[in-house]
Design a binder for this molecule. Sequence first.
Ligand code: CP
Ligand code: NVA
Length: 308
Amino acid sequence: MRHVLSLFDLSSSEIRRVLEIASDLKQQYAEGIRPASLERQVLGLLFEKPSMRTRVSFETLIRHAGGSSLFLGSDVGWGTREPIQDFIPIMTSYLDCLVIRANRHEDVVAATEYSRCPIINGLTDYCHPCQALADILTIEELLGSLENAKVTYVGDANNVAFSLALACQQLDVPMTIAAPERYQFNDDTLAQLNSVGEGNGLQQTSDLNAAVDGANIIYTDVWTSMGQEAESAQRVADLADYQVNRELMARAAVGARFLHCLPARRGEEVTGEVIDSRASAVIQQAENRLHAQKGLVVWLLTEAGGDP
Ligand code: CP
Ligand code: NVA
C-alpha cells in the first residue's frame, strides 16, 4: 500500500503522471464532465490544525469523483482518547483514504505503521506535498511548460518551501531560497534535497536582490507558520527585509508572476499591492489545489503500483 507523506514517496515520473491526470480532469471539469472514478469511496480528513483550502478542496474533489468525505476534528480524540495502535487501524478500516493535517510529521509517519488504507499528508511541520503539486501545476500553466521556469522563494524555509524545493528538484526546475541564514534549510536538509534530481541543485542565499534576478516565479509564505505563534515578533523583525513588494518584483524577470500558498499576511511577507496585482496568480494557484489533489487521489486509489 502506498502513502504520500512527502514527495519523496513519489518518483519524478509519478509526479508527472499525477499532474497529467490533474490537467485532464481540470479540462473535463471545465467542460462540465466529472468522471465518477472514485464512486462510493470514502475519504477521511483527520485535522489537528485549521484549514480552508486543503479541507474544502479534498471534500469537494471526492464528491466530484462520486465518493464522499468525513471531516474528523479534535473530537475523535486522535492522540488523546486512545492509543494509536487502536485508533489508526480502526479508523482506516472504515475508510478508503485518509488525509492527515498534523502538528508533528512523526505522528503521520507513525500512523502509516498501523494504517489499513493509503494516507496523504495534508500539511505537517515538515512539509506540504499537496501544495507543491498545485504549485507545479500552476507554474506549468503560467509559463506554458516547466522548461524555462526559474523559481525564487523569498522568506522562511518552512514546510511549504521544503515541498516546493523537492518538487523542483524532482522536475529539474532551478530554485533559489532567499532568506537570512538562520531561516534557510540546514546543511542536512539541503543535502537531502540536493540528493534528488539532475538539475543545478537548490541554491540558498541571504542576498535577496541576487536571488530574484532573472526569476520568473516569485514565491513566498507567511513568516510565522501554524504552531510558531510564540516566535512571531522575532520572526517579523528578522525577516522584515525579505518582504515581496513592488520594488522586489521589478528586479525579477520581466513578466514575473507571484505565488503564495495562502493564507497571506498583507503587509508582512507580501504587500497588498503585489498580491492583488496582475502579476499575482494566487487565486488560480489555490483553485489548482482541487485539481492537483484530484489527480493525486485518483492516481493513488486507481493506478499506484509498488515502490516509487
Ligand atoms: N495553503 C493551504 O494549505 O491552505 P489551508 O491552510 O487553508 O488549507
Ligand atoms: N507555512 C504555513 C502554511 C499554511 C498553509 C503553515 O504551516 O502554517
